[in-house]
Structures are given as structure tokens and as C-alpha cells.
Write a protein that binds this ligand. Structure first.
Ligand code: COI
Length: 331
């Protein structure tokens, strides 16, 4: 049995090699190239393809893959928003993702960034770098004094809540699909409007599905407290970034943290040293002392990368054996 993996980065190779040693009877081929209509032929002779990319899994790419006889597709990440599911259905693709590779990776990062925003570390670091060791005016706010609105209480949101509770923050939560453990703690409010009205800081943990597109727009921001802090490590399309920039300009939003950006493909995980950013909005946001931008690195820990590779490879084998892995995507 042969499995072919696309888009393998150097930092994934140790985890892949590790998996290969534990499965000596399975042949594994891989490439750094992403899955496209042109590269689909590389998987010829394999039973499953293992993939990760932010580039769309287009009808053309899926058709080309099906044409070389591969209709098992195991994603190494959680998000499935870039798959043409209509085309996948036509060719009867079996698809899996890795919904739980390490919720802590993303939850921790988002809470570190929220803490940094509250303690104004970007401004403080800039002062220190200029040899200015005075305290004022970079006075911070304490987490335990904040009411934090957590939108989305899936695996990642729930870890974020635990971290917030460790800090002593008051948590209010909202989810269309409430979680029993969070309900038991009495953390849910009935609507997003209620969460916006109560929260000093808002952090999001929901998928980038069409119904969540630009959920944080001018109307939502207008319902938030003056001086609200917003943190988004989920999906870029949750934010209407123009409304965020307007909110920062007016002071309605005091601080903003983003690990994801709607226009991040081709921008994040690229080296722009010595060059201007090709995107004026990101250049503007990065230049602000009250904005923290990270290039979709919340997930990027050794544990998460290992789980992404190992779980997707296991699922690829399961599909090839005619089984349905627990992480198969229902669509
Ligand atoms: C996902 O798993 O969908 C992510 O957002 C992380 C990705 C950049 C690997």
C-alpha cells in the first residue's frame, strides 16, 4: 500500500519519518508541492493522498486526483473551508481532517496575545529597545478585572476558558451548539448581543463557515463596550477588517490581536524582509502599538505538527482499508 503526501514542509519531515518507521509495510511518497490539477499525477499508484494547504482544493485538482484513481483525501489540518465539496461528492471522495491536533496550541497562543495586549507589551518592548526604561505611560490592565467574551466553546474555546479562569477573569460564553460542561458552569449568555454588551475583551473560536463571514462587522462592534479588546486566532473571514481598522481609529477598539487574516494566502508564511508588505492594511495594522499580528502561527507547536502528520496518515490507512476513521468528515 502506498500513501502520497503533498505540501510536506521541512518541519513535518521528522514526524513523517517517525510514522514511516512505525509502519514499515506502507510505502510513503511525498513532495513539497501542493495539490493542484498539475501535481495530482504524483499520487498515481497510491491509495490515499495526505494534504495540507491554504490554497483551494479545486474541482480541477479533485478531478485530476480522481482520474489517477485516488479518492481518499486526508487533511493534516482542521479547516475544510477550502474544499470544493460539490466536486468531492461527485467523485465520492472520502475526506478526513484533524479536528483535535492540539487545542492548547491555539488556545494558549490566543490567551498569551490577549494578556500581551492588556499589559501593552508591544509598546513596552519598543520603549525598552530604545533604552527607555521608564514605567509611564505603559500601564497595564489585569486579566482578573476583565469580563472576557468567548465566542465558540468547542475544543479550543474550552481550553481558552480554562486558561482565563486560571487568571481569574470572568468568562461569558456564546455558542449556537452549547457544551454541557460550560452550561453547567453557567457561563453562557443567550445571544451574541448580550456577550458584546458585557465583555471587556472578545476572543473567537468558531469556524470560517459562510454563516460566520464578517460576524465582527461595524454593527457588531457598535454593540461592544467602548475600549473593547478583540482577539482572533480562528479564521480571517470572521472579521470585517475595515470595520476593525475604523474601530481602532475611533478608539472604540482599544487593542486588537490577529493570528489570521482574510487575505493571508500568499502573504503569511512568506519572507518579506527588506521588502514592503504587498498589503496596505496589514502594513497599517503591524505598525500600530495596540495591534498584535502573528502570521497564522497559533497552531504551530511541535505537538500540533506531530499530531497533524500522524493522525492524517492513520486516517489515510483506514480509508485505504475500507474503514471509516473517527476523524472522517461528514459532508
Ligand atoms: C487549521 O488547522 O485549519 C489551521 O488553521 C492551522 C493551519 C495553518 C495548519
Amino acid at each position: 500500500m502506498k500513501i502520497f503526501a503533498y505540501g510536506i514542509r521541512d518541519d513535518e519531515k521528522p514526524s513523517l519519518e517517525d510514522w514511516k518507521s512505525a509502519h514499515p509495510n506502507i510505502e510513503v511518497g511525498y513532495t513539497q508541492e501542493l495539490l493542484t490539477a498539475e501535481t495530482a499525477t504524483l499520487a498515481k499508484g497510491s491509495v490515499s493522498a495526505v494534504v495540507y494547504q491554504q490554497l483551494d482544493y479545486t474541482r480541477e485538482a479533485l478531478t485530476a486526483l480522481a482520474e489517477v484513481g485516488v479518492t481518499n483525501l486526508s487533511l493534516r489540518n482542521v479547516g475544510t473551508d477550502n474544499i470544493d465539496f460539490e466536486a468531492a461528492k461527485e467523485f465520492n471522495f472520502n475526506i478526513s481532517n484533524v479536528p483535535v491536533y492540539s487545542p492548547n496550541a491555539i488556545a494558549e497562543h490566543s490567551m498569551i496575545q490577549l494578556s500581551r495586549l492588556l499589559r501593552r507589551t508591544k509598546a513596552l518592548d519598543a520603549k525598552i529597545a530604545k533604552h527607555d526604561l521608564r514605567w509611564a505611560p505603559t500601564i497595564g490592565r489585569e486579566m482578573r478585572m476583565q469580563t472576557v467574551g468567548v465566542i465558540g466553546t468547542g475544543n479550543i474555546g474550552r481550553v481558552a476558558i480554562k486558561i482565563l479562569q486560571g487568571f481569574g477573569a470572568k468568562v461569558v460564553a456564546y455558542d449556537k451548539f452549547p457544551n454541557a460542561e460550560i452550561a453547567e458552569q453557567g457561563l453562557y449568555v443567550d445571544s451574541l448581543d448580550e456577550l458584546y454588551a458585557q465583555a471587556d475583551a472578545v476572543s473567537l473560536y468558531v469556524p470560517g463557515v459562510p454563516e460566520n463571514h464578517h460576524m465582527i462587522d461595524a454593527a457588531a462592534i457598535s454593540k461592544m463596550k467602548d475600549g473593547v479588546v478583540i482577539m482572533n486566532a480562528s479564521r480571517g473571514n470572521l472579521m470585517d477588517i475595515d470595520a476593525i481598522i475604523d474601530g481602532l481609529n475611533s478608539g472604540k477598539i482599544s487593542d486588537f490581536g490577529m493570528d489570521v487574516y482574510e487575505e493571508e494566502v500568499g502573504l503569511f508564511n512568506e519572507d518579506w524582509s527588506g521588502k514592503d508588505f504587498p498589503d496596505a492594511k496589514i502594513a497599517d495594522l503591524i505598525s500600530r502599538e495596540n495591534v498584535l499580528v502573528t502570521p497564522h502561527t497559533a497552531f504551530y507547536t511541535t505537538k500540533a505538527v506531530l499530531e497533524m502528520v500522524h493522525q492524517s496518515m492513520d486516517a489515510a490507512v483506514a480509508f485505504a482499508n475500507g474503514e471509516t476513521p473517527a476523524i472522517a468528515v461528514k459532508y
